[in-house]
Design a protein around this ligand. Structure first.
Ligand code: FEO
Length: 396
């Protein structure tokens, strides 16, 4: 049994898989589920790294006890307080009343606030360490990857980084949990969607954390979601580096709302002209069908963004407006932007999307196109001109 959970040295995987939840954070679909990863270091002194969602506590405790029996866990390191990881703190404290919780000065107020748990603490500062016997843990503060209290823990003995949400992805761990022993295909797109939806606003803190970690001899990355990365560390770090710099590939996302197909015809005309101009990566999303988590992932992936909306109740189509707000929340940077819209008796969507364009600070590649009722040859030409301007910027 223990052989199956062992990662390196005396470090064991004791996380759980959630194949029940439909929406992570109540918003983000989980077609492949999600894992909540926790790690047990069964050294002379025993330490746990993070916990799991409280729904899985019994499974979790059984996993811990299958490795250490009735020996007590002496330390609980809390790298991140979001309840998908901190949810079992109160129950762990009940199971191991003498446990010492390790966190930084941002952590303990949250523990008391969420769980009413107090007691013995080890409050660490940047670079502090904890010797367990074979393993020595060193702590690096990485605020806002993804909350203010987030930190990472590096096992100096085996070169294992416990990275919290950093380098994580959606997708359960089916059978194995180390990348060398599983098919990792499903995780790569889910990593982009996880990053853009969950961590996406915090590009600058991710960059700071990566700069802090860059010289550490890291042989395994144990995040709180998804596989333990060993042979793929460079690929994973490359994805996080690129996304957190808001770097993107040449390509265009066209996201539009359409009630009766007229605004969609504008989107089609734009896409056809982009293709004629030589843009190969064109992704179209009808916002009423594509979940925004997938649209956001594509917006993080591609450099060009064109959004279209009908006028609805003298406003932007609500599903488009919801997408615009999600883009602004993430403070996506450095995109080429174009927009278009339609109306029947009084235009409002295009005018209001101009406010989004200004707030986003994106580079506006051409004047917006506004259509009354249906696509005539003049409006088609305007759509094609918008596409040509975008293609120019993308392909230059
Ligand atoms: Fe997986 Fe920010 O919690």
């Amino acid at each position: 049994m223990n052989e199956k959970t062992l990662i390196k040295g005396k470090i064991h995987y004791v996380g759980v898989n959630d194949r029940n939840k439909h929406l992570f954070e109540g918003m983000w679909p989980l077609p492949y589920g999600v894992s909540y990863n926790s790690y047990l270091i069964a050294d002379e002194t025993i330490a746990l790294i993070d916990t799991v969602d409280a729904c899985y506590f019994e499974t979790y405790l059984q996993k811990i006890k299958s490795i250490i029996g009735e020996r007590p866990v002496q330390y609980l390191v809390i790298n991140h307080m979001e309840p998908d990881h901190s949810g079992s703190i109160r129950l762990i404290k009940q199971a191991y009343p003498d446990i010492i919780i390790v966190g930084n000065k941002q952590t303990f107020g949250m523990i008391e606030g969420y769980y009413g748990v107090t007691g013995e603490q080890y409050m660490v500062k940047e670079g502090d360490f904890l010797a367990l016997g074979h393993h020595t843990l060193r702590f690096y503060l990485t605020p806002m990857v993804h909350w203010p209290e987030t930190m990472m823990t590096f096992d100096e003995t085996e070169g294992v980084l416990f990275s919290g949400d950093g380098f994580g992805c959606f997708g359960t761990l089916d059978g194995g949990f180390v990348d060398t022993r599983i098919n990792t295909d499903k995780y790569w797109d889910e990593m982009v969607r996880y990053y853009s939806n969950i961590v996406g606003k915090y590009g600058s803190p991710v960059q700071k954390a990566m700069a802090k970690l860059k010289d550490l001899p890291i042989h395994a990355v144990c995040s709180t979601h998804g596989p333990v990365w060993t042979e793929n560390i460079a690929r994973v770090a490359g994805i996080y580096d690129k996304l957190s710099r808001y770097e993107a590939e040449p390509g265009v996302v066209i996201a539009y709302g359409s009630m009766y197909g007229h605004t969609e015809q504008m989107a089609e005309a734009i896409a056809a002209e982009l293709s004629a101009q030589g843009v190969r990566n064109i992704v179209m999303h009808n916002v009423s069908k594509s979940h925004p988590s997938y649209i956001l992932a594509d917006i993080f992936k591609y450099k060009g963004l064109i959004i279209g909306s009908p006028t609805y109740c003298n406003h932007i189509y609500p599903e488009v407006e919801s997408l615009l707000s999600k883009i602004l929340l993430r403070e996506v940077k450095g995109r080429y932007f174009g927009y278009f819209g339609s109306f029947t008796w009084a235009g409002a969507a295009v005018k209001r999307m101009a406010e989004f364009a200004e707030k986003s600070k994106f580079e506006i590649i051409a004047d917006p196109v506004e259509m009354k009722q249906s696509l005539d040859s003049l409006t088609r030409t305007q759509c094609e001109n918008l596409a040509k301007a975008m293609a120019n910027r993308i392909l230059q």
